[in-house]
Unconditional design. Structure first.
Length: 291
């Protein structure tokens, strides 16, 4: 195959993937009322493939959306050793979008608080999100967009079942109890393998997470490996699992907070919401977010 034929095939594949992701993101936004007229949407960028793709597709949709909304990009520089500080600013400048780089040394806090060999992701995530959510309130942001996709939602469901004893996942939209923050996940319908291939074709300047990326025995990685095996051996299983996540029948579970088994009536259930934090420059409290 000649170089020109290869380039042509890659362009066709890129165009096909972009249309698919655009359709899936647009459908998720419509199904869950994620973005409304006048919204200021903060795209949280980590430097990974998912957040790059999310920003890319939202910028694409913004051009033809039936409502006007604003997009800003925000990255939290957590002062990890060797973090390439120049990568995201240089990339975002090419997009012509408003962006902010928040510099907070959460790396030192995580290394201090988490014993050697233990999983750092939980504390790192709570600190990161607390800072981002406070930033959102201070800058008039109405929606906080995170790059979690369909596979993340399924993995979280299984993690909670296997290790937490809860039937709980990541919802496409999550509101805080106090009304300060609304989290949206525009990639809720998108498959990770599609995002990974799209990111490869788009040649995003990916920044790896050096703080926790080497922890191969993370519980989430175990679930991810299991899913990859299922996807190869039983095509369509993950799609069926996700449909089940969107098609819940409380009367056929066993939670009396969701269903009154005596009266045979559905109940409101436990209200799920983001518990946001007050600004804490000294990071004195570590429970800044419980998601």
């Amino acid at each position: 195959m000649s170089v020109s034929d290869l380039d042509r095939r890659q362009k066709l594949e890129l165009n096909k993937l972009q249309k698919r992701l655009r359709r899936e993101v647009g459908q998720a936004i419509a199904d869950f009322s994620m973005i409304e007229a006048g919204d200021k949407v903060m795209c949280c960028l980590s430097g990974g493939k998912d957040s790059y793709a999310m920003l890319d597709i939202l910028l694409n949709l913004q051009k033809s959306a039936p409502v006007n909304f604003e997009l800003i990009a925000v990255n939290l520089d957590q002062k990890q050793p060797g973090f390439p500080e120049h990568v995201l600013p240089e990339y975002l400048k090419t997009l012509g979008i408003e962006y902010h780089i928040i510099e907070k040394d959460t790396y030192s806090i995580v290394k201090e608080k988490v014993p050697e060999g233990k999983t750092t992701c939980g504390l790192c995530s709570r600190l990161r999100r607390g800072i981002l959510y406070n930033f959102a309130e201070e800058h008039g942001v109405t929606k906080i967009a995170l790059g979690h996709h369909r596979d993340d939602m399924l993995e979280t469901l299984f993690l909670n079942m296997f290790y937490g004893g809860k039937l709980k996942s990541m919802p496409p939209v999550l509101h805080s109890d106090d009304g300060r923050n609304t989290v949206i996940r525009p990639l809720a319908y998108a498959r990770e393998k599609d995002i990974a291939r799209y990111a490869s074709l788009r040649e995003y300047p990916i920044i790896p997470c050096n703080l926790c990326g080497s922890q191969e025995n993370l519980q989430r990685q175990v679930i991810k490996d299991m899913f990859q095996t299922w996807d190869k051996q039983h095509p369509g299983r993950l799609e069926t699992m996700f449909r089940a996540l969107c098609n819940v029948e409380p009367s056929h579970l066993a939670d009396p907070n969701l269903y009154d088994f005596k009266e045979g009536k559905r109940l409101g259930g436990k209200r799920q919401a983001v518990q946001t934090a007050s600004p804490e420059p000294d990071y004195g409290r570590l429970d800044v977010l419980n998601l």
